[in-house]
Design a protein around this ligand. Structure first.
Ligand SMILES: *[C@@H]1O[C@H](CO)[C@@H](O)[C@H](O)[C@H]1NC(C)=O
Ligand SMILES: *[C@@H]1O[C@H](CO)[C@@H](O)[C@H](O)[C@H]1NC(C)=O
Ligand SMILES: *[C@@H]1O[C@H](CO)[C@@H](O)[C@H](O)[C@H]1NC(C)=O
Ligand SMILES: *[C@@H]1O[C@H](CO)[C@@H](O)[C@H](O)[C@H]1NC(C)=O
Ligand SMILES: *[C@@H]1O[C@H](CO)[C@@H](O)[C@H](O)[C@H]1NC(C)=O
Ligand SMILES: *[C@@H]1O[C@H](CO)[C@@H](O)[C@H](O)[C@H]1NC(C)=O
Ligand SMILES: *[C@@H]1O[C@H](CO)[C@@H](O)[C@H](O)[C@H]1NC(C)=O
Ligand SMILES: *[C@@H]1O[C@H](CO)[C@@H](O)[C@H](O)[C@H]1NC(C)=O
Ligand SMILES: *[C@@H]1O[C@H](CO)[C@@H](O)[C@H](O)[C@H]1NC(C)=O
Ligand SMILES: *[C@@H]1O[C@H](CO)[C@@H](O)[C@H](O)[C@H]1NC(C)=O
Ligand SMILES: *[C@@H]1O[C@H](CO)[C@@H](O)[C@H](O)[C@H]1NC(C)=O
Length: 556
């Protein structure tokens, strides 16, 4: 009640003292200020009203000083003065209180509730300085002779507007992803995470020229023109699919690490993607986190390699962690390898050997306690041992395979990797599961497991897969998927699994078998003592097979 009264009071006061909030300014003059109390109101409007500038609210009491498109369905912020240090207030005494003031010294300053400077333009153009938002979306500070002394176009955040130049001094940043000009004049995308830094675009496997870039133009300028052509001095180009004048566009580096061109449909206020840099999302580094593997099959999918589980089931960026240790005290005889067809972890090679046999490559990795995995390309006998597993990906046409080093006792029975060659199946996800499955015993069991895993993959996607692998391979309760369990229990109650089964099966599955699978998956989530043994699971699945032939179809 008190807080409500207080807020009412604040808003009436703001009307009394700051009529600017109800009708936006065209120009800000020295000695005036904008207040966070009037957040989300427009302080400055560009002459044709396309762009607005003011406080943008981020939480209940955090604000940024930003520029946004005036008329879009979802508020589209194109520039922020203080992206990493929002101005905050204190509830309820001084919830807002942040200010953007243009001092008589000509400095535009954003201050916090307590007067701390959060951001400043560092201009000193004195009296008669003005701040204007132009039709291009550029916020400019002019001195008394109307010369521009500062402009927002020179310090982009995650977006480039038409005619805004990305130069050697600027970069677009979103999370850990950066778009910038590298030292060799090439425009690149970089993942700069807490542990590693790696370039993912253009392909780091090829020379600039092979990627269609020039290293010899040192102007280092990229910009979007008014017809939808994004051109860079290294000869990279994107042409909008709706190319032509008169359309409002922007280039934004998105949270997923790709950078895209968007066009505004002014009748709906919606944005449409009309061009992008990284077509195949798995090429963006960092998306599936450390140890994670990105598998692109019509959409982005992350998974953990065998023996690994998600660090945080709600966030793939945090990647996967091993359920075992590879320390120097464990003898090499404790380990074996699980094949991941056509997979590779890009970079971080411990070493590289040419023209050696698969066995020799395996021995090198077994011999080193730092080796977590190796990638082998049979054609040239190329062997890459890996000490860190980042940028994991399944490539559709990769001429090699990755082998994960896991303890032999990850399962109770003797692994039989040799079976992997005969157990080929599409897609690669299933193949890996088959390999894991082949660790559990007889051929009949293996096939059973193959079905089990494939079906697990099919059941609602990766979560259930993790549950099943988690239960079977790891015997640790590190994953909890309340939603899956809830959904699964509903299925058991109604006796119909259709909702949980992947659409790609087009209804070609056996209802009872599906329900058995769900039961098994759910039982795997029980308390340790209540969980079925491997034998019981296998028997359950055997029974299920005796009733009917079970041939899961898993195709794209
Ligand atoms: C914003 O949308 C309103 C309503 O659709 C329209 O009248 C106005 O002209 C638009 N303004 C701009 C700048 O597009
Ligand atoms: C002012 O507030 C900021 C956070 O909003 C805080 O970091 C800073 O220490 C405060 N300064 C003083 C002098 O209280
Ligand atoms: C500011 O503008 C006023 C009115 O245009 C003018 O008289 C004054 O000389 C200007 N001051 C400076 C420092 O330019
Ligand atoms: C500031 O300079 C820009 C560029 O010359 C101009 O478009 C704008 O109108 C100026 N602002 C004011 C208040 O005159
Ligand atoms: C270098 O790039 C700039 C900007 O794209 C372009 O105007 C210029 O013609 C280029 N120079 C050469 C020698 O290609
Ligand atoms: C804008 O959206 C409407 C409704 O979806 C559609 O009919 C129209 O063709 C779109 N305009 C453009 C230029 O894409
Ligand atoms: C486009 O905008 C309208 C509202 O203007 C909204 O209802 C609709 O969901 C949007 N369509 C898409 C595909 O985003
Ligand atoms: C390996 O064994 C030695 C001696 O038993 C012990 O001091 C050391 O802590 C062990 N290292 C690890 C990583 O467990
Ligand atoms: C692999 O390469 C390393 C480093 O070049 C070399 O020392 C080692 O002998 C090679 N191993 C084999 C089996 O060729
Ligand atoms: C593996 O280690 C053993 C014992 O340290 C050594 O004799 C052997 O040469 C090593 N093999 C390779 C391929 O490095
Ligand atoms: C596997 O073996 C290691 C070392 O011998 C042991 O520490 C670990 O507990 C074993 N794990 C399982 C699941 O049996």
């Amino acid at each position: 009640m008190t807080a409500l009264l207080y807020l009412t009071l604040v808003s009436s006061l703001s009307f009394q003292f700051c009529s600017c909030a109800s009708s936006p300014w065209r120009t800000m003059i020295t000695g005036s200020h904008m207040r966070a109390e009037d957040h989300d109101k427009i302080f400055l409007l560009s002459p044709d009203a396309t762009f607005s500038c003011g406080f943008h609210q981020l939480g209940t009491n955090a604000f940024t000083f930003s520029i946004w498109y005036t008329n879009t369905t979802e508020k589209t912020v194109v520039w922020t003065a203080n992206p990493y240090s929002p101005a905050t207030g204190y509830f309820p005494v001084n919830l807002y209180g942040s200010r953007v003031s243009l001092g008589h010294d000509g400095n535009l300053v954003l201050t916090d509730t307590n007067g701390t400077t959060v951001w400043e333009s560092k201009t000193s153009s004195g009296k008669n300085t003005t701040v204007t938002l132009l039709d291009t979306g550029n916020l400019v500070i002019n001195d008394s002779s109307n010369n521009i002394v500062w402009q927002s176009f020179h310090s982009p955040t995650d977006t480039l507007l038409p005619w805004q130049k990305l130069t050697k001094d600027g970069r677009l940043v979103s999370g850990y992803h950066h778009l910038y000009f590298d030292n060799d004049n090439v425009l690149r995308l970089l993942y700069d995470g807490p542990e590693i830094t790696s370039i993912y675009w253009p392909s780091p496997d090829y020379k600039a020229e092979t990627n269609g870039r020039s290293r010899f133009n040192s102007t280092r300028i990229a910009f979007l023109d008014d017809k939808g052509n994004f051109v860079s001095s290294d000869e990279f180009k994107i042409e909008a699919t709706d190319s032509g004048p008169g359309i409002k566009r922007r280039i934004t580096i998105d949270y997923d690490g790709n950078f895209r061109m968007y066009s505004l449909n002014e009748s709906t206020g919606n944005w449409t993607v009309t061009g992008q840099a990284v077509i195949q999302m798995c090429y963006v580094h960092g998306l599936c986190g450390k140890n994670g593997i990105c598998d692109y099959a019509g959409g982005l999918r992350c998974r953990c390699p065998p023996g690994y589980v998600m660090v945080d089931p709600t966030d793939w960026n945090k990647g996967c962690k091993p359920t075992f240790t590879v320390d120097s005290n464990r003898s090499q005889g404790d380990f074996t390898f699980i094949k991941q067809p056509r997979a590779d972890f890009y970079g971080f090679d411990l070493g590289y050997n040419k023209s050696i046999s698969f066995e020799a490559c395996q021995t090198i990795c077994l011999n080193s306690s730092s080796c977590l995995s190796f990638t082998y390309k049979g054609g040239d006998g190329l062997c890459y041992t890996k000490g860190l597993l980042y940028n994991g990906q399944v490539y559709p046409y990769f001429p090699g395979d990755n082998y994960m080093k896991v303890p032999k006792n990850l399962s109770s029975s003797t692994p039989s990797i040799s079976k992997q060659e005969s157990l080929t199946c599409n897609p690669s996800d299933s193949e890996i599961m088959l390999v894991s499955a082949s660790m559990y015993g007889t051929e009949k069991d293996t096939i059973k497991w193959a079905y089990f895993y494939v079906f697990a993959a099919v059941l609602g996607g990766l979560e259930s897969l993790v549950i099943v692998t988690g239960c079977v391979m790891v015997d640790q309760r590190q994953v909890d998927f309340p939603e899956f369990v809830q959904g699964a229990k509903h299925i058991l109650a109604v006796g119909n699994a259709t909702d949980l089964v992947d659409d790609r099966l087009h209804g070609h599955f056996h209802q009872e078998q599906a329900i058995t699978m769900v039961k098994v998956a759910v039982s795997c989530l029980e308390e340790r003592s209540k969980r079925p043994t491997m034998d019981e699971i296998v028997k359950t699945l055997m029974l299920c097979d005796d009733e009917d032939d079970f041939h899961p179809a898993y195709s794209y």
